[in-house]
Write a protein of this length. Sequence first.
Lengths: 239, 130
Amino acid sequence: MSLAGEYEAAVAQAMAVAGQGAELLPSALVGACAEVLVVEGAGLSLTQELRVPLSASSAVVATAERLQVTLGEGPCLSATDDGVPLVADLAALTTRWPVFGSELVRQTPFRSVASLPLRRPDGCLLGAVDLYSHDERGDAFADIPALGLEVASLMSQYLTDTSTWLHGDGGPGSVEAGTALDRRLNVWVAVGMVIARTAMTNVDALAVLRAYAFGHDLSLDDLAERVTTRDLEPDALFG
Amino acid sequence: MSFSPVAPGDREPDVSPGSPPPPDGDGSQAQQLLAQLQQRMESLPTIEQAKGIVMGRFGLDAEAAFRLLVRWSQRNNLKLRTVSALLTDAARASAALDDLVDTLQQSGATGVPVVQEGRGEQVLEEEVGR
């Protein structure tokens, strides 16, 4: 069976197990991705100024995604910025994104990463599928530039052709349910609270939040929750 | 996934959960919905920031801040994302924010109290209780 055929079969099987709920499509897509491409983890996000997480095949994939958003750097962000697929083994991770590389090693079992941008039929960037492997040399990703593109293209097609997943919350099988999306959007609320206090630009306010989060071993999403629930006053960010 | 309610002036074309999926092979409606979702995802950060500005300034919680934004949007006949963009722009200079908040409060209705620092809850109660 061709790779595309295998992937379609894996998605169909995941959807059948999930009970046909179209809202479970993002989690079916990432699950099938991890299975067919033989990687240890996969995640799917929409491209925005702060990327919007749709689904992750495991909790540790969600951690790796939050780490990049918290630091504002990482291979998955670079792949989206450049609009081209990217594969990074451990050496590349620690050289090109040294802070992310060392944190990834500290917080997750992943040692190599690949990211494939997804595009709408009109060519606009839609999102990205991130792939994670335990292998330092990234051998699992050897064929990704060619094979992965086929899967990425199928994922784009599924997302574009089936609208009903837009209404779902990721479902019980998904680590990144609607709450992950809401938690990411909540970062912007925290940015607004900092702006109200400091008259900073939103870019600077986001940088302040990122610096505090990293300095206190928090994810940006967790810090935003503390600020917006007033567990932490914006003034404390400048202490 | 869930979204905050949208002000009437801001309503996007309906994407209600009851809508039937498009037939296989015809992705045009789905593509349109996807483009709308992306557009919505682009304006949400501005609306969320404006919510944070109102929360930070008046000591409101997120829900109350959003209600006040919606109220301003309706009273001033501006889209929610427009009011939000005005607030995020004005917030870069606190004097400009003062002026804008006064304007938003005063126009479109008579007898609406002007928001003052620390009076957010009270103003909101008067506003939404009408």
